[in-house]
Write a protein that binds this ligand. Structure first.
Ligand SMILES: Cc1cc2nc3c(=O)[nH]c(=O)nc-3n(C[C@H](O)[C@H](O)[C@H](O)COP(=O)(O)OP(=O)(O)OC[C@H]3O[C@@H](n4cnc5c(N)ncnc54)[C@H](O)[C@@H]3O)c2cc1C
Length: 438
């Protein structure tokens, strides 16, 4: 497993290959821990082709760039990538919105937006992922005022079960279940995103902040920049690193050499110990465009460790410290299979299947080694420890939380089910993952 994004997922196919083919044996997700069981993979190059494929299939699942760590995108039947549909970023200056092709990666979309003077409010740690895939799973970045990426979607258009094109816009009945949809309504083709004027961000990294500072200064720490990430490998009494991403249009704050008992890093850093800082976005306080600072990783290089599994749990903000304490108590179990743990904040949203639905959340993320057998028992222990604080798993990462616990965590689940019934009464877009958790 190289960790490169050109690992054979259908979204990476070159033009000229057959549009429909049997799944190349061993087609896997980015992490290499999921081998897709699809009988056929389709990479249509026009909307008409996509409509024909969807309309004629018995069971279909959409695939983005395959960066999820579980079987959320899998199907035994037909897998459809929209990566080869025509790419477009159409900006509506009056509304400050852009309608973008669903299969485009954030890296491409962001460059086009910035060229026209616009920005998105938030980005995940990597820009390699497709817009539709990221939004379908609730992908988020960090920031006390920053909701997840799907929260910026003002409209979505998709190919529905009968092959027709359906769409919903913010304010329409059902819209709040149609974007963060786990891919269960159909194959999204276009999303309309809210824009704001382009902005500049500086990124500073502090090292060795005592873990105890979180207990006394949580709000100040997570509120000290537009986006804040805390990293620890749980082998020392300190956070290895704290990344502060500050907008340069915000009221200026000093960048002292010491802050919260931490010290300013004297060079660029990678959050995963031992990995090259060159894969990361620029640090050392140098201002740069939003899309080159909000993600941790550069679009053209391997993000994160590359050889890994990931897990993440979200809890309501008031439970942040209890969650961290519960995880800290498991440090001796966690550390041997952990590459790095990242703590972030996610602002509330209105999306029915979002773990941040109407609650500001605190996210506890784990980048594990790729040793599934060693990692899974630790994942189960963490879930047991976080159960009392109502932790909900990230939809796109590895988890074993009992389905009834997951279902009970989403108060609008029945609305989501009704929406699915309305658009996909024959359950054409379902898969084992959706059946289990929805
Ligand atoms: C190195 C790495 C770093 C990550 N960092 C973060 C992070 O910072 N924050 C975070 O929250 N997550 C993070 N993730 C998780 C990642 O953002 C999600 O798994 C995301 O869903 C990946 O997008 P994708 O395009 O690869 O989707 P896929 O994994 O291909 O698909 C995910 C889901 O989206 C659906 N889908 C995809 N395309 C469409 C479409 N056109 N129409 C309808 N449904 C569709 C699929 O059916 C599936 O259900 C990270 C993952 C990796 C590998």
């Amino acid at each position: 497993m190289t960790g490169d994004t050109t690992d054979g997922t259908p979204g990476d196919e070159q033009a000229g290959r057959p549009v429909t083919h049997a799944t190349p044996s061993g087609t896997r997700n980015w992490a290499g821990n999921v081998t897709f069981g699809a009988a056929r993979v389709h990479s249509p190059t026009s909307l008409g082709e996509l409509q024909e494929i969807v309309g004629g299939a018995e069971r279909v699942r959409a695939l983005g760039t395959g960066h999820s760590f579980n079987r959320i995108a899998d199907t035994p039947a037909d897998l459809v990538s929209v990566a080869r549909l025509p790419e477009a970023v159409a900006i509506d200056h009056e509304r400050a919105q852009a309608t973008v092709s669903a299969g485009m990666r954030y890296a491409q979309v962001c460059r086009a937006l910035d060229d026209s003077g616009y920005a998105l409010h938030n980005l995940g740690s990597l820009p390699h992922i497709s817009v539709a895939g990221a939004c379908a799973t609730g992908t988020h970045g960090s920031g006390v005022t920053n909701a997840n990426l799907a929260a910026a979607v003002a409209g979505v258009e998709w190919v529905a079960a009968d092959g027709s094109v359906a769409s919903l816009a913010r304010g329409d009945a059902g819209f709040d279940g149609a974007v963060l949809s786990l891919g269960m309504l159909g194959v999204a083709t276009r999303l309309t995103l809210d824009l704001e004027p382009s902005f500049t961000v500086r990124q500073d990294v502090y090292e060795d902040m005592p873990l105890g500072r979180l207990a006394t200064d949580l709000d100040e720490i997570v509120g000290s920049a537009y986006s804040v990430s805390l990293f620890t490998d749980w082998t020392s009494p300190s956070f290895n690193q704290v990344w502060l991403k500050r907008r340069t249009d915000a009221p200026e704050r000093p960048t002292p050499r010491r802050w919260m008992d931490a010290h300013l890093a004297d060079g660029p850093r990678h959050p995963v110990p031992g990995m090259p800082a060159g894969n990361c976005t620029e640090q050392m306080g140098k201002p740069g465009p939003w899309y080159q600072r909000l993600p941790h990783f550069r679009p053209d290089l391997v993000p994160s460790a590359g050889d890994e599994l990931q897990t993440e749990y979200l809890v309501a903000r008031p439970h942040a410290l209890a969650a961290v304490e519960a995880v800290a108590a498991l440090a001796p179990r966690i550390a041997p299979v952990l590459q790095i743990c990242e703590l972030r904040t996610v602002a509330r949203d209105e999306l029915w299947l979002s773990p941040s639905y109407r609650r500001d959340t605190f996210a506890v993320h784990f980048t594990w080694t790729s040793d599934v057998e060693a990692v899974m028992p630790v994942v189960r222990d963490i879930e047991a420890a976080l159960a009392p604080v109502g932790a909900l798993p990230h939809w796109g990462k590895v988890f074993t939380t009992a389905p009834e616990v997951v279902r009970a965590g989403f108060e609008r689940l029945d609305d989501a089910r009704r929406l699915r019934q309305r658009y996909d009464p024959g359950a054409k877009f379902t898969n084992a993952f959706v059946e289990t958790y929805v």
